[in-house]
Write a protein that binds this ligand. Structure first.
Ligand SMILES: [Fe+2]
Ligand SMILES: [Fe+2]
Length: 197
């Protein structure tokens, strides 16, 4: 039975020439790179995305989340009618989950060296989704479904743009996207089975 090659004594290691398919950086270089530009915090030289563009995209998403938080709270407080109790619970849960998304986005913005833009004067202009009050319970659910579908499209576009150049941001956006899809699904089911007020 042959023994597996020991990397330390393999021909590549002894000649100092890395195999053609090797992509890993040696320890000394890794350590030296980490010491350079330490004021950049979590952003190191291997970060491949355009940081300013990513921060801008995250800030647009942050504005969207806050507009959704406000719209869901408005719907929560104003919901009335036969189905109001169960739908109110959905509105409240969504408001809290959108708030949690906003939190994740703001933290990532800071990690990338940016600043979360929470200026209320420009929030609705920067948001992808709209603040629609809705005339009645059914209209509120319809507007929320539309807003969720907008969020789904914009998160998917962001994920496609970022790709593997910033895998941490991509992972955060993917987890948020999955929850927006759940939100849309819940409202689509609700509208499907609507028996009228
Ligand atoms: Fe969200
Ligand atoms: Fe949502």
């Amino acid at each position: 039975m042959s023994t597996p090659a020991n990397p330390a004594t393999s021909p590549a290691a002894s000649t100092g020439v890395a195999p053609a398919d090797a992509k890993l950086t040696d320890v000394a270089t890794l350590r030296a790179n980490a010491r350079r530009n330490i004021e950049d915090g979590a952003v190191t030289g291997t970060y491949l995305a355009d940081k300013q563009v990513v921060i801008k995209l995250l800030n647009d998403a942050l504005a969207t989340e806050y507009v959704c938080v406000l719209r869901y709270y408005r719907h929560y407080f104003m919901a009335s009618g036969m189905l109001a109790d169960s739908v109110k619970a959905e509105f409240l849960e969504h408001a809290q989950q959108e708030q949690a998304h906003a939190h994740q986005l703001a933290e990532r913005i800071v990690q990338l060296g940016g600043e979360p833009d929470l200026n209320p004067d420009t929030l609705t202009k920067r948001s992808h989704a709209e603040y629609k009050e809705g005339r009645d319970l059914r209209d509120m659910v319809k507007e929320d479904l539309i807003a969720e579908r907008i969020a789904i499209d914009s998160y998917r576009e962001m994920i496609n743009y970022i790709g593997d150049r910033d895998t941490t941001t991509k992972r955060i956006l993917e987890s948020i996207l999955a929850q927006e899809e759940e939100h849309a699904d819940e409202f689509a089911d609700l509208l499907d089975g609507w028996i009228g007020e």
